[in-house]
Ligand binder design. Structure first.
Ligand code: 13P
Ligand code: SF4
Length: 360
């Protein structure tokens, strides 16, 4: 038996690929003191988050926000952040914010060498699939998703074998392995359009059974399901929405289509996280309830003065793994790097690009 050491290459042993830190080089870990310079540089950010972050907490957050904003320029990095990120991330360090579709599109447009994906793993993987030459980092590799965990590529192959000829659409909340086996991807903002794009009367929309049912309720196409669900949205009930309406009949309720159909039926509007934000910004209701992850209302509140947000929300434990401290570590240490097998990535890219290229 031969034993390899880092300095000696043995015959037949594959050379180790350099890590992102080796490729990009070391930087000094920034000092995180709350100085006058930091206070001045972060004052405009504090203006946007003061409705949700108490002034007493700002000196603890501002140095990290400031350090990230300097470091991301040094690293030629762009920070893509999902709408569920906390306000310190969403307003403090993100370059681009949005729903899954917007973030996927932005990943194809950026000139930055490094993408720091502030969201969950399938989002970072989608960026890597679309931009294989870029370095994609996620601040916490364990940021998963109950939907992505509900199905594997092997499950999709079995589904296809049992249902020959039926198109299989995968929600973007899946692994690259699953996307590689599907005909096309969709997100919550274009699922209906993707379902109808095939011009057939039966399709699979996997793995979210609720999204599939909600889309099925809007079309004549029969939408076949997989038994997956979002652990955050499936906890909302129609009864709790009815109770809120009884207390406050004037309230507007908007829900994410990952909620069960009876919850969506109680809502005044249902749409992707970006569509929910647009709805509030355009309609400016006096009182609104966003039936989704908690950070959404916090993030949109500063941009919609005069709108009162009632907040019965559920936290996504996976999204909440991404913190300012971990984003800083990500940029200093160039971790955690997202790697996708190139053969799987190539196949998955076809499914994602078909979705992006669909005319709206
Ligand atoms: P959006 O595409 O609507 O942002 O949804 C992503 C997600 O994970 C919602 O739970
Ligand atoms: Fe997944 Fe639900 Fe969290 Fe979105 S909110 S990342 S669907 S577990």
């Amino acid at each position: 038996m031969t034993i390899a050491s880092s300095s000696v290459a043995f015959e037949g042993a594959m050379p180790m690929a350099p890590t992102a830190l080796e490729r990009f080089g070391k930087v000094e870990r920034p000092d995180l003191a709350y100085t006058r310079e930091v206070a001045e540089a972060t004052a405009p950010i504090f203006e946007k988050v003061k409705h949700i972050i108490p002034a007493i907490e700002w000196p603890a957050l501002a140095p990290t926000i400031h350090a990230i904003n300097i470091l991301k320029r040094q690293r030629n990095a762009v920070i893509l952040a999902h709408n569920y990120m906390t306000p310190d991330i969403f307003h403090g360090v993100a370059d681009i914010v949005g729903d899954s579709l917007q973030l996927a599109i932005e990943a194809t447009r950026t000139d930055a060498e490094v993408i720091v994906q502030c969201g969950v793993h399938f989002m970072a993987e989608t960026s890597k699939i679309l931009s294989p030459d870029k370095t994609v980092l996620i601040p916490d590799m364990k940021a998963g998703c109950s939907l992505a965990e509900s199905i594997t590529g092997a499950d999709v192959r079995a589904l296809r074998e049992r249902n020959p000829g039926v198109p299989i659409i995968t929600y973007v909340n899946t692994s690259a392995d699953v996307k590689a086996e599907c005909d096309i991807c969709c997100t919550s903002s274009n699922a209906l359009q993707v379902v109808e794009s095939f011009g057939v009367n039966r399709v699979f929309l996997i793995p979210d059974k609720y999204l599939a049912a909600n889309v099925g309720n809007k079309t004549d196409v029969e939408v076949l399901i997989w038994d997956g669900a979002c652990e955050v949205h499936e906890r909302f009930t129609a009864k709790e929405l009815q109770d809120y309406r009884k207390i406050d009949p004037g309230i507007k309720i908007i829900a994410h289509p990952e909620c069960p159909p009876e919850v969506v039926a109680e809502a005044d509007f249902a749409g992707s996280t970006a569509h929910m934000i647009d709805w509030v910004k355009t309609k400016r209701p006096e009182k609104v309830m966003m039936i989704t992850e908690c950070s959404m209302a916090d993030n949109v509140a500063s941009e919609t003065p005069g709108v009162d947000f009632i907040r019965p929300c559920n936290l996504c434990p996976h999204m909440k793994r991404i913190t300012l401290g971990k984003i800083l570590d990500s940029l200093v240490d160039m971790t955690d790097e997202v790697v996708v097998d190139p053969i799987i990535a190539e196949k998955a890219k076809v499914a994602v690009e078909r979705m992006i290229n669909l005319k709206s």
